[in-house]
Ligand binder design. Sequence first.
Ligand code: GLC
Length: 741
Amino acid sequence: MAIISGSFAQTKTTEKIVYKDAKAPIDQRVSDLLKRMTIEEKAGQLNQLNGGLFTGPAAKDAGQKTKMQQLRDGKVGSFLNVLGAKETKAVQKIAVEESRLGIPVLFGFDVIHGYRTIFPIPLAEACSWDLKQAEKNSAVAAKEASSAGINWTFAPMCDITNDPRWGRIMEGIGEDPYYGSLLSAARVKGLQGNLNDVEHIMACVKHFAVYGAVEAGREYNQVDVSRVMLWNKYLPPYKAAVDAGAATVMNSFNVFEGVPASGNKYLVHDILLKKWGFKGFLVSDWSSFSEQINHGYAADRKDAALKAIQAGSMMDMESKVVIDFLPQLVKEGKITVAQVDKAVARILYYKFKLGLFDNPYKFSDEERENKTMFTDANRTEARNAAKSSIVLLKNTNNVLPITSPTKRLALIGYYAKSKEDMFDFWIGNGTANDAVTIYDGLKNKLGESAINYAAGYNADGTTNDDLINAAVKSAYDADVILVNVGISGKMAGEDRALANPVIPDGQIQLLKALQKTGKPVVALVTAGRPLILTKINDLVSSIAYCWILGTETGNAIADVVTGAYNPSAKTVVSFPYAVGQIPVYYNHFNTNRPDPTDDAGNWFSRYRDIPNDPLYPFGFGLSYTTYKYSDLTLSSNTIAKTDKLNVKITVSNTGKVDGEEVVQLYIRDITASIIRPVKELKAFQKIALKAGETKELSFTLTGKDLSFFDADGNAKLEAGAFKIFVGGNSKDVLEKDLTLK
Ligand code: GLC
């Protein structure tokens, strides 16, 4: 009998320890190791504990000493929030050298948009429509994180949402499933590469599934969507991320059809594992296994463990129900060893694939950590990402860009000098002190003497006469007044739902006073969500929506304000006209009475007090130049289901500066066995056009692009009438009819 203990294990026989043989195929190493493990050690691999800062409720934290003993006892398979080459090495040493089998641990962390160099929030990054840049951003984040001992991030978040009241709208992909799918896949590729080097880390597709549909945008609230909406609106981005090879998937907190996602057999087993053939492993969200009790689905912690594992869920983040009850459940025959082995095998596979058995400290290299962190190259990428995320929503009289060096500027706004407000909750291991504020960025570009600064309002958005008078005074000799309005980045992220996602009243008061100076006023809006801008829209000449841009905020905004960069971003979320209009989104349905049905303007789907349209629609964004769309042509007006359709459009840069334009192609399936949205994005191209340049673009559509899913997730392609739209946003489009035979 071989006595195995730790990595210096000597055996009393000449037995080959296959799992320790770096030359053996991974699946043989996994099965050899499984054979040697006790059920408690298998439960340990399904147990993830927090090892650092809290990113969820600190339910009875056992304390580091106890956790390290649990690690020695083989009862912990991974930690989250342990950061740093030195720190992870110390923990890994215990796992590898002091436990019976020496199984290394995984280190997970929320690298949501950067580890130390912090990039724009994912929602802002999405507005760049630059998939290559998005992939690069994730690769930089992975490179920094992997040098700090992290080998797994809980990203990308692939939750479609239409609700700016939900704090986590900042974390995702916007409102469109097609673009959100491409973006999710790009983020996975950037994070993982081929997972065969030390500079990439495992991705985690989250939150599976439909977390973005929380009722009224209230955090952790009820979710209730139909299977038709599940398959057509919410699932595609998760599927694209899984198909891109994501190593892991995270259960979401919410229910689907009355069953919590952690214990939802339809979501986990039927869709993810069976229909999609996902080969990686699942991790719960923070204590989401045990929170099935709060939902009213699990009777107690043992029942919670049973329901999660029976549904096909696997690793338990922080609720400890699996480590506490799995051995008992197996003993009682309620869960089979085979079920446990299937889950544990997937986790062990990735530990072998990452090379952790053969070189447990490969990610914990202090020298590489120092060399990799926060380099100029990383910051340059962050600046490129940030400037291409800024959406120019309004620019009357071309007040922007401010190109003449002689122009004096007034910069107003408490946030414009506040480093910490340039970050959201997911600041990774970044520090606010690293931030280039808007004031710094403009000073770097124009010199301090060109800028008069005044706070104008307090940290909480309130103001008073003194603050307003000082702001008006600072604008007295300015040619243009820049006002940074919005809400703090600290109000973006988890558990940051706002019933009123609006510009604070104090800032509106300030803008009214500044408008009275008669000078052009430019709003630089910073927020981790689309705020209701209706009350400021007519108070300012220009609106540059800057989202939350992270470390390089100020430099990126200065690049746009001075015209060093011509804004090219387009919003991926609709800007509601009013809170009461939420949810408003471009891919809505037609309803039974979409247009006026009689000359008295009665009997149609509308509000009596606001328009149906959002203030700014999906896909909208201005440039410092202008573009003209013409000659939309289809290769045929009638095609068979097996045909390809070629769509051509001519786009001209009719202005005086070079720019980049996101040309968008939408379809509409006029009549189908289930109603289809009035528009669905199906292709786009971001093109560069020099001043005066014209380009003819071509797109190819196939039957897949004209298909939809039925309630069982089967793709349907139905003959009938379609429309093809092409334009620079979801509203201003050219259109052509198409018949599918
Ligand atoms: C949080 C979030 C999840 C995150 C996890 C670990 O509650 O919901 O997105 O990855 O816990 O921090």
